[in-house]
Design a protein around this ligand. Structure first.
Ligand code: ZN
Length: 244
């Protein structure tokens, strides 16, 4: 078998990355416009969250990323969120106080604002250092992937038929890479070997003796690994460990 060299999100040039973040926003927005008030109040695919929680979270995520870009542009430290608790409180207050019209306009406003913030960057400020919620130092350009994975994955979490099968390949590649890196960092999933169709198998923990082979298309394996269901897989699979 020839060695497969995947094209990840990070292999793409910035304009292509921005295109995939924007197409993810559009993908999410298409699902959002189709939801009635009753649909929005119904449970999402995420535990304890209604669809409205998911939408509010995606809106505040855009605002949080815009704050990071203000930081990159001005050098004045403005974290994505003041704290994890503040982020959770903002979501529950948004769900309690925003009616559906307000929620939809918040979605459009926050996504447009983020786009404005991206457009205002120069080559220097694209490279300026910000920190994510875990305190890791990153260039401002990392916000594009931070946004892209949010909008694509949370579209599936709306639970209205979106699936990883719809995702562009570089998005799938980088989601799977992020999950496996996270598991490797936590010594998790040592019982699992990943077998993406047409590729060499990959033990999550290289020095382990895995008991389960999780087999399927790239979309199927990425969806399972991200904790979004095993229904696309060609094999049985254990419950995937959490990732960050
Ligand atoms: Zn999220």
């Amino acid at each position: 078998m020839t060695q497969h060299v995947p094209t990840t999100f990070h292999d793409l040039v910035l304009p292509e990355q921005l295109k995939l973040a924007r197409s993810g926003t559009a993908y999410f927005a298409q699902r959002l416009v189709a939801l009635s008030a009753a649909d929005l109040a119904a449970p999402s695919a995420l535990p304890d969250w209604t669809r409205k929680h998911v939408v509010a979270h995606v809106c505040y995520n855009a605002d949080g990323l815009s704050r990071l870009l203000d930081w990159a542009r001005t050098g004045v430290e403005t974290p994505m969120y003041p704290s994890i608790e503040a982020r959770a409180t903002q979501i529950s207050e948004g769900v309690a106080t925003l009616d559906n019209v307000a929620l939809r306009s918040l979605f459009n406003r926050s996504a447009a604002d983020l786009d404005e913030h991206w457009r205002a960057l120069t080559p220097t400020t694209w490279a300026a250092e910000i920190r994510n919620m875990r305190g890791a130092a990153l260039p401002a350009s990392a916000t594009v992937w931070m946004r892209a994975k949010e909008v694509w994955i949370h579209a599936v979490d709306l639970g209205t038929g979106a699936t990883f099968d719809d995702f562009p390949t570089p998005i799938l590649e980088s989601i799977l890479t992020d999950v496996v890196d996270s598991w490797r960092g936590n010594d998790a999933a040592s019982d699992v070997t990943i077998a993406v169709d047409g590729r060499e198998t990959l033990a999550v923990q290289p020095n382990s003796t895995p008991m389960h082979t999780v087999r399927g298309s790239l979309a199927a394996v990425a969806q399972w690994a991200a904790g979004r269901g095993a229904d696309l897989l060609a094999s049985d699979a254990p419950a995937p460990p959490a990732w960050y």
